[in-house]
Unconditional design. Structure first.
Length: 122
């Protein structure tokens, strides 16, 4: 699979404002995924999810952007806390997209492989 985003170029082009640029990019990805053309209401520094939940096909969707300069493993608790906060503040949330600028890697333990990562919000 070809990487379409070169993260070194992204850092260079958005030097000092990588997180904001990543949040904007993931906002557009989320809108595109749900075919939203008019935008989504949001508050500055909204907790849990980046915008208000979006209702589509009787389900509520939200997303979180996570731009990290270190490993996913080092940020595991931050990701889990974000999911918990999202559910606490948005009880009707059914599906949450988490956009991360890093790729998941295979476990170093023999026989363990990440195949599918899901966390139920119920």
């Amino acid at each position: 699979m070809q990487n379409l985003i070169n993260w070194n170029d992204f850092q260079y082009k958005n030097s000092g404002k990588e997180t904001i640029a990543f949040e904007k990019m993931t906002y557009f990805l989320f809108c595109n995924e749900l075919k939203i053309k008019i935008g989504i209401f949001r508050n500055k520094n909204q907790k849990g999810i980046e915008t208000d939940p979006v209702k589509k096909n009787e389900k509520y969707y939200g997303f979180q952007s996570k731009y990290y300069t270190n490993s996913i493993k080092e940020n595991k608790n931050d990701i889990i806390d974000s999911i918990k906060i999202a559910k606490q503040r948005n009880a009707n949330l059914n599906i949450m997209y988490i956009y991360i600028n890093l790729e998941f890697s295979e476990s170093s333990k023999v026989g363990k492989k990440i195949q599918n990562i899901k966390m139920r919000l119920n």
